[in-house]
Design a protein around this ligand. Structure first.
Ligand SMILES: C[S@@+](CC[C@H](N)C(=O)[O-])C[C@H]1O[C@@H](n2cnc3c(N)ncnc32)[C@H](O)[C@@H]1O
Length: 484
């Protein structure tokens, strides 16, 4: 099933040239050990009680928590938050992401970036800004692929890599994985800066606000990449009381008797419920049978800040650019505007501990918490956003399934290339060898996880947002052409 021919990319001649020059002979094959997780630096059982104690104290003083507040504390509490104190990725961690599964993912994202840069930058230099880079694996695969692209090597390798990471612990893992032994400095923008092992400049920020406040250069073309970033953003949860035809917010309370956290429905209108009722948010669901919804205000605030950044960069570039920059969002999620996608329940709030799903209210800070991204809401938000710059227009493409995006970007072609390369290596070692080596089997099974409809092929989606001059008609970008 894996080798179905419709997996092969629709390669144009330009596309082929890119692949050939990017993936020169003897290209790097990542060893599986790079996806294993390092040890936690903390006594976890100790943390468990400490964050729970803090949450219980907060509930006792200020009342039940919104899921939004609970999720923010559990994931990013400065001391006990899930991401703040441990390496949570890979087989030994709690979950695994696309770039950790296969190097091909990052290589194809690098090609996507190159396309946009070649097509729209008008000679401006590239800024790649990764949001929530985890262990830095995606950025490392992008940086390596860019350095390998030998045609316009010099100008391309001049790009700057900007990593936005809230966790100082993960920042240090990213530095180790991307820069080897290269030291970092704190520069006059108060950011950690260094050079990647491939020679590109790299900078770290704790938040998008820090990026927005840092002094910028003119003549730059920013591309933001958010892989499994927004599904870690806090959400509010609402449930419909079918009898009363009324929405209520779900809150998290402490059950004193049984000494554990529990779900309750707010008795009164909460501020978020009031806000969403006022702006007609629930009307979207009035004719559907959906009875449970989730809403993440922080996603919209963050996307607005990214668009502000790109627009501000355009002013810095004299505001005469056709396309000022773009954002690629890759995440688990759903798109309501795609009618096939309607389902009754939108309860997607989940917890993962050591690759198993568990109760999100048990052990806050110990397990990953995640909620699917509502791509239709993102589209509605960016397309209806009040204009800050009159001559700018927003274009939104997708959400498209991961299997469509990667297939169009050439996953079949690249997999074949890596398998052949490994085969000739095997043959040099053992001329009679006709069998696939473990490395080849791993390449195949990891590509299958990305593409298979029962794994990440359908549930994981891609959306691209471009900010450009309103007079420019922009075509669907590569990766988004298939069956949208
Ligand atoms: C699910 S992980 C994704 C990791 C990586 N993108 C990957 O694909 O392997 C979420 C990442 O976002 C970071 N993060 C979460 N909330 C953040 C925030 N508000 N600001 C910046 N980084 C954040 C986490 O520390 C982590 O690196």
């Amino acid at each position: 099933m894996f080798f179905k021919t419709n997996w092969l990319p629709r390669l144009t001649s330009r596309n082929c040239l890119l692949y050939k020059s990017l993936f020169i002979k003897n290209s790097f094959i990542r060893s599986s050990s790079s996806s294993s997780s390092s040890q936690s630096n903390h006594n976890e059982s100790n943390n468990e009680s400490l964050l729970l104690k803090e949450i219980v104290k907060q509930i006792q003083f200020t009342g039940p928590l919104t899921v939004n507040d609970y999720m923010r504390l559990a994931l990013t509490h400065p001391k006990y938050g899930f991401y703040m104190r441990q390496d949570v990725f890979g087989e030994k961690g709690h979950f695994i992401t696309s770039p950790e599964i296969s190097q091909i993912f990052g290589e194809l994202i690098a090609i996507w970036i190159m396309y946009q840069w070649q097509q729209y930058s008008n000679g401006r230099q590239l800024d790649i800004i990764e949001l929530g880079p985890g262990r830095g694996t995606l950025s490392a695969d992008i940086a390596r692929s860019m350095a390998q692209f030998n045609q316009t090597r010099q100008s391309l390798n001049d790009f700057h890599l900007h990593l936005i990471e809230i966790s100082p612990f993960l920042q240090s893992i990213q530095h180790r994985n991307l820069c080897d032994n290269e030291k970092y400095i704190i520069d006059n923008n108060n950011r950690k800066s260094s050079k990647t092992k491939y020679g590109q400049s790299i900078h770290w920020y704790q938040s998008i606000d820090q990026l927005n406040q840092s002094k910028r250069q003119s003549n730059r073309f920013p591309i933001f990449i958010a892989n499994e970033f927004f599904d870690a953003f806090p959400i509010h949860k609402f449930i419909k009381n079918s009898k009363q035809q009324k929405w209520n917010e779900l809150l998290i309370d402490y059950d004193e008797q049984n000494r554990r956290l529990r779900w309750i429905q707010a008795r009164n209108e909460t501020p978020m419920l009031k806000l969403l009722s006022l702006n007609g948010h629930f009307d979207r669901y009035s004719s559907s049978n959906i009875e449970h919804i989730e809403y993440s205000p922080t996603i919209f605030v963050t996307i607005d800040k990214i668009i502000d950044y790109i627009e501000q960069q355009s002013i810095e570039n004299d505001n005469n650019d056709d396309i000022s920059g773009c954002i690629l969002i890759c995440d688990y999620g759903f798109d309501d505007d795609n009618k096939d996608n309607h389902q009754k329940d939108r309860d997607t709030f989940r917890a993962y501990y050591q690759h198993k799903q568990c109760d999100p209210l048990l052990n806050p800070g110990m397990a990953d918490l995640t909620a699917d991204v509502d791509f239709a809401s993102i589209r509605h938000h960016v397309l209806n956003r009040p204009k800050r710059m009159l001559n700018k227009m927003i274009h939104c493409f997708g959400a498209i399934e991961q299997r469509q995006f990667l297939s169009q970007m050439g996953i079949g072609f690249r997999l074949k290339q890596l398998l052949q390369q490994q085969q000739s290596f095997n043959n040099n070692q053992h001329p009679d060898n006709k069998n696939y080596s473990n490395i080849q089997k791993e390449l195949i099974s990891s590509a299958r996880i990305l593409m298979d409809e029962m794994e990440m092929g359908i549930r994981f989606k891609f959306m691209a947002i471009f900010i450009g001059n309103e007079k420019i008609k922009i075509e669907k970008p590569v990766g988004f052409l298939a069956n949208e």
